[in-house]
Design a protein around this ligand. Structure first.
Ligand SMILES: [Zn+2]
Length: 209
């Protein structure tokens, strides 16, 4: 999706305006053109003429807290929503992809780096307002380790990247509340996570004991 080429249909809110329910973006039946569609329940519409029924299910997006030694690799968003704020590498899962495949692809596309291991961390709901349309999203967060960042190169649609210790990150700098929630959870697990990520330090500790 290229945000610069999408023109919202007339009548819908522009980016930055108050958020709408996803169903507000649809008025006519996409199968027979009948007006209006009736709301079946919170996330479904039904056409009273042809019976067309459509569910606006949540979209899945995956993102990763990638560690390089004791620092996180974070992206800087180049576009709205959340322009210039911090974000994780990741994005919407494509059709017929697994979460892990989608995440590996996004990491490769956005930063030109690879991570072999991805470990599930947690999930959180997210509202993604894009071109005046509200998408309800379930963000799934993973952790990973990137040993080699020599070839790291942000894509054109990524504003840049930063390497920063988790303790030095102000959560308010993240673009999305869901990322802040996951980040706080990551912070609470960090001592145990580092223990597991760097087993040599555990062995050193055992040797000392
Ligand atoms: Zn219809």
């Amino acid at each position: 999706m290229n945000k610069t080429t999408i023109i919202p249909p007339s009548g819908v809110s522009a980016p930055g305006e108050s958020q709408r329910h996803p169903l507000d973006a649809f008025r006519f039946c996409p199968r027979c053109g009948h007006d209006p569609l009736s709301t079946e329940h919170e996330r479904a519409v039904r056409c009273g003429v042809c019976g067309f029924l459509f569910f606006f299910n949540t979209a899945a997006a995956s993102a990763a807290f990638l560690f390089h030694a004791d620092k996180l690799i974070l992206c800087v968003r180049a576009r709205e929503p959340g322009r210039d704020k911090l974000d994780l590498p990741g994005g919407f899962v494509e059709y017929d992809e697994s979460l892990e495949q989608g995440l590996q692809r996004e990491i490769r596309e956005e930063l030109n780096i690879v991570t072999e291991d991805l470990t599930y961390l947690c999930s959180a709901p997210n509202d993604y307002l894009y071109a005046g349309v509200l998408y309800k999203v379930t963000d799934l967060f993973f952790t990973g380790v990137v040993k080699d960042i020599e070839g790291i190169e942000p894509a054109d649609d990524v504003g840049g990247y930063v390497l920063v210790k988790p303790e030095d990150i102000d959560p308010a700098r993240f673009a999305f509340p869901s990322t802040r929630t996951a980040f706080q959870y990551l912070l609470s697990l960090l001592p145990a996570y580092r223990h597991a990520t760097y087993p040599h330090s555990r062995h050193s500790l055992s040797a000392e004991l």
